[in-house]
Design a protein around this ligand. Structure first.
Ligand code: EPU
Length: 327
């Protein structure tokens, strides 16, 4: 199906705007990425479910985009349908007798807005999410946070679109939250909303914690340049930033992308960087860390479209089949 037909058919089924050939760089914090064949912004959960059902019925590949803060979109863009999840909204419930408060949040809500509303109302639990870019949906899928806590810990349930196109509620136990991952991520299940439960806390202590997390990030991370947050997950018991720095790669440039000299697990866009520039730096870092330390880093940034098929750059031996330290 060509993209004009795709757009026409889809527009007859969904309320939200449908666009052809929309450049995706403007939808990612990296400011990198070519056009989407077709981009749709559903207006509500049912609209989203309809768009997904249409794509499934027609065999059209789908990519979901939230705040675009943790993705690398290829330079040639994305084929098929890109769904921008913009379902925002925060609904606070009445506190329970213990003072704990439920809040139902749309997946497209900017995470920072939720963190600040919670703080203003005197509810704790989201402080480690202070300063993290992106939307609540993205944060849930990635189980965003720090060593001190993650968003998954305060989830009561999430509402998802199951593969059949049906809206379903998954209780926390079903969400499989682990370090920077969740069952929604592993199975590619879109999140449309969630209910969190937050405990009451001391307003000043909450505000102070938020200031501390934000200041730490500002001090240690290159936030003045477009970036995608941490490039690799941390391997157990170590930090990717430490390993990449130990390889002497801080400041390394490829085209208009650079391994940050402030934090080695960040790649920054100096202006006009391509996805190929970023992939080249990721490949260099991955190979150096493997050869030098025998550690196989796993990307934290989601490599989309054709980029997913190009990772890992070299075959990886199954775990336990060789010990590089004894080679
Ligand atoms: N380090 C280096 N060199 C570097 C960078 C870091 O030696 O260039 C060392 C630091 O000195 C420290 C250790 O590595 O001993 C860890 O560094 P840092 O405290 O900066 O935290 P991180 O493990 O690199 C994690 C999260 C960040 C989060 C920070 C702060 C991951 C992959 N990253 O980074 O999350 O902001 O902690 O809480 O878990 C993200 O996920 O996108 C993200 C930015």
């Amino acid at each position: 199906m060509d993209r004009e037909t795709m757009a026409r058919e889809l527009q007859s089924r969904v309320k939200g705007p449908v666009r052809i050939g929309e450049p995706l760089a403007r939808y990612t914090t990296f400011r990198i990425g070519g056009p989407a064949d077709v981009l749709v912004e559903p207006v509500d959960e049912e609209d989203l479910a309809r768009a997904l059902a249409w794509a499934r019925d027609h065999g059209v590949p789908v990519t979901l985009l939230g705040g675009g803060s943790n993705v690398l979109v290829p330079d040639e863009g994305l084929r098929g349908l890109v769904v921008r999840v913009g379902l925002d909204g925060i609904r606070w419930e009445d506190p329970d007798p213990q003072g704990r408060c439920g809040v139902v949040v749309g997946a497209g809500t900017v995470l920072a807005r939720l963190v600040h509303e919670a703080a203003r109302r005197g509810y704790q639990g989201l402080e480690p999410c202070a300063g993290i870019p992106g939307t609540v949906g993205g944060a849930l899928v990635m189980n965003a946070g720090t060593r001190d806590g993650t968003i998954g810990q305060v989830v009561d349930w999430v509402r998802v679109v199951e593969p059949g196109g049906r809206l379903a509620v998954w209780p926390r136990e079903r969400c499989g939250f682990t370090y920077r991952s969740s069952r929604m991520q592993v199975e590619g299940v879109p999140v449309v909303a969630a209910r969190l439960v937050l405990a009451p806390g001391d307003r000043q202590a909450i505000a102070a914690a938020i200031r501390r997390y934000t200041a730490y990030r500002q001090r240690t991370q290159p936030l003045r340049y477009p970036n995608c947050g941490s490039v690799f997950k941390n391997p157990p018991g170590d930090a990717s930033g430490r390993l990449i720095e130990a390889c002497g790669l801080k400041g390394l440039r490829h085209g208009r992308a650079q391994i940050s000299d402030q934090h080695a697990n960040f790649i920054i866009n100096l202006g006009g960087a391509t996805a190929e520039d970023v992939l080249a730096l990721m490949t260099t870092a991955w190979r150096c860390v493997r050869d030098r330390f025998g550690v196989v880093l796993e990307p934290e940034v989601r490599l989309l479209g054709s980029l997913a098929r190009r990772w890992p750059p070299d075959p990886v031996a199954p775990a336990g089949s060789s010990d590089p330290n004894q080679a």
